[in-house]
Ligand binder design. Structure first.
Ligand code: GUN
Length: 313
């Protein structure tokens, strides 16, 4: 069966729309997400546009800052500090990757913890690791929500996470562990033979390596759950002259789908869930800033706002 992230994401966004209407009526506050895009990376521009479109649809304000590729570290830091100090802004999203001339870690470190709706701040990651309240990164949070809503039991199951990025693989390992799965992490230095062995034994496969059809479908254990985080653009054999090609995941979909009990499509699986979780986190941040009790599951509740007067964490 297909794990339809698009349909679930639409449902979550519809729920958020109703909750936002009630929240704004009660408080007079409109949730606001600030987005920062540095440079002209076309894929990043598409992602940010999609996030802003979701904001508009739900009833959030989105404040966009598009800065030139040669923006200095100091100027970008100043913008983050300004947004930290602006009470009308509830969430701050700095689209990654940033140009190489900028120290991305220093920028993420500067985001106030209670506005870190991406969940990338080292303290947010620490809170996640220790199961303390805080914002969880949106892609793995979306994966967990998709599994949960589909009634997929994780306790005692063998999960393999392929990829150890700070954005997806590492937090996915933490979240699956918290859900009582037995988790193994494979990565670029895992031998192909070991990878095959791990995948063949796994009840849940999370593939987040960013390499087209890296996992052959024949490796998937019959009845396993396959979560494909990859979005890779490749030439389309059916339309070789089309420069846009086609999108494929990190798993060989057709062969994997024959064996899996559940599988995410690419596109329309994990991608839309990432945005749904970002939107969820933004409303949580706004509710918290308004002094209301945070709603949602513990993993989506932010910590206390920082008390420093400049809003820095
Ligand atoms: N780049 C790729 N994925 C993401 C994401 O979820 N958030 C941000 N800020 N940048 C990204």
């Amino acid at each position: 069966m297909i794990l339809d992230g698009k349909a679930l994401s639409d449902r979550i966004k519809a729920e958020l729309t109703a909750q936002t209407t009630a929240f704004t009526a009660q408080t007079g506050v409109t949730p606001c997400l600030a987005t920062i895009l540095v440079g002209e990376d076309p894929a990043s521009a598409v992602y940010v546009r999609s996030k802003r479109r979701s904001c508009a649809k739900i009833g959030y304000e989105s404040r966009h800052h598009h800065l030139p590729a040669d923006t200095t570290q100091a100027d970008l830091l100043q913008l983050v500090h300004d947004l930290n100090a602006d009470d009308a802004v509830h969430g701050i999203l700095v689209q990654l990757p940033l140009p190489k001339s900028i120290d991305a870690d220093a920028i993420i470190d500067a985001i106030a913890l209670h506005k870190d709706v991406d969940g990338f701040h080292p303290r947010s990651v620490g809170h996640l690791a220790l199961k303390k309240p805080g914002f969880a990164p949106c892609t793995p949070a979306g994966i967990m929500r998709l599994l949960q809503e589909s009634g997929i039991e994780l306790s005692g199951k063998r999960a393999v996470v392929i990829g150890r990025s700070a954005i997806v693989g590492l937090p996915a390992v933490l979240m699956l562990t918290h859900a009582d799965a037995t988790v193994t992490v494979a990565h670029s230095r895992t031998t192909r033979a070991d990878l095959e062995d791990l995948v063949r034994k796994a009840d849940v496969v999370v593939a987040a390596v960013g390499r087209p059809e890296f996992v052959p479908g024949a490796w998937i254990k019959p009845g396993a759950v396959v979560i494909d985080v990859g979005i890779n653009r490749v030439p389309n054999p059916a339309d070789p002259d089309n420069p846009r090609g086609m999108l494929v995941g990190d798993v060989e979909f057709a062969a994997a789908a024959e064996r899996a009990s559940w599988i995410t499509p690419v596109p329309g699986g994990v991608g839309p869930m990432t945005i749904a979780m970002l939107m969820t986190n933004t409303l949580v941040a706004a509710r918290r800033a308004a002094g209301l009790v945070a709603f949602g599951r513990s993993g989506n509740q932010p910590p206390e706002p920082d008390r420093r007067s400049d809003g820095r964490s």
